[in-house]
Design a binder for this molecule. Sequence first.
Ligand SMILES: O=C([O-])C(=O)C[C@H](O)[C@@H](O)C(=O)[O-]
Ligand SMILES: [Mg+2]
Length: 434
Amino acid sequence: MPSANRDLTISEVRLTPVLVADPPLLNTQGVHQPYTPRLIVEVVTADGITGVGETYGDAKYLELARPYADRLVGRQVSDLNGLLTLADEVAVDAARVENAVDVGGLRGIQTADKLRLSVVSGFEVACLDALGKALGLPVHALLGGKVRDAVEYSAYLFYKWADHPAGVTSEKDDWGEAVDPAGIVEQARRFTERYGFTSFKLKGGVFPPDEEIAAIRALAEAFPGHPLRLDPNGAWSVETSLKVAAALGDVLEYLEDPALGTDAMAEVSSRTSVPLATNMCVTTFAEIKEAFTRDAVQVVLSDHHYWGGLRNTRELAAICRTFGVGVSMHSNTHLGISLAAMTHVASTVPGLHHACDSHYPWQPEDVLTERITFEGGTVKVTDTPGLGVELDREKLAFLHQRWLDDDGTMRDRDDAAAMRVADPEWTEPAMPRW
Ligand SMILES: O=C([O-])C(=O)C[C@H](O)[C@@H](O)C(=O)[O-]
Ligand SMILES: [Mg+2]
């Protein structure tokens, strides 16, 4: 029973890296590996309450998460602001951050601060889960309360192969191949049948722009009036971006990161009326001022993982609101713990005008006793204390064993390396690609 006399002291922190099956989804850097790393965080209080969180599981995050976890023992799960100050005390290996674009995750420049925030987010979610369970309150209540009962997600469409390259250990998925407009429309139909999604995002930057324009046109014809987005992860020049904007302006809800960086985005933005969204040029608080004052973006896709947690996500949303910039959500490969966290925070953000992205439908594996379901393209906001999810220890152990058994090739996400298995000549494309 929740009680005001609970001992909220953290007595133990458990970190469990896992490898999760991932289909051969294509993006401008390459293709997803058969397995992707995630880190499951468990924070246990002196009273035996366990809170769970999830974040990136690559080695550079594990290296920070381990010393960080050691320092958490003895602190209070309610000390959420302290999580951020504590992170500053954990040294980041300079070799891990080159101020270059984090190509694997396709989420902008990699900095020491962002690495730290990406680690903190998993712990913040675990602390909120534990605190909510102790107080008998859902996480959304700890964030000030939900302003909607369900959160809308979009169908995240990918060009994909039917299978990972021959000879590679992988799990078979049931989505089939999608490498042309007909394949993308078919994939979108299955997304609507299975989950009821009504808006669609296509991951672009894979084929020459004319082919991707044709795919969006085919979607517009198959799903008239439905919101559509195209995201080439900065693979186009300013001129190509403008050409695509002109060709698709009548059907696009927004263009996402057509060109790389604030300069290029500001120029595209000044020459088209198609709204621009980003999860690549505004990825830290420090990047906001320039991008907003130059009107480089009209929608920011937040992501609690690299913005430093659910409370920072709300701060970002407040800044966006102040500047009249829309807000929605970006997603990398994730499991149900993160989907629950995303849904709680999204339920508290006023004026969330765009459906959020989620990779969850691409992940048949999870560490929860019950998968989170989409109905009518939405996830219902739970009022169960904490996140409202339960860890399945057997599934967690199975996915952890896969991580232990791996020889190291899958423990770090590398889409270009995965592409080289099929095409040994492949190198990370120079940007802009078209
Ligand atoms: O820009 C985006 O929306 C992403 O980078 C989302 C994902 O990372 C996606 O591109 C992927 O995993 O291939
Ligand atoms: Mg994007």
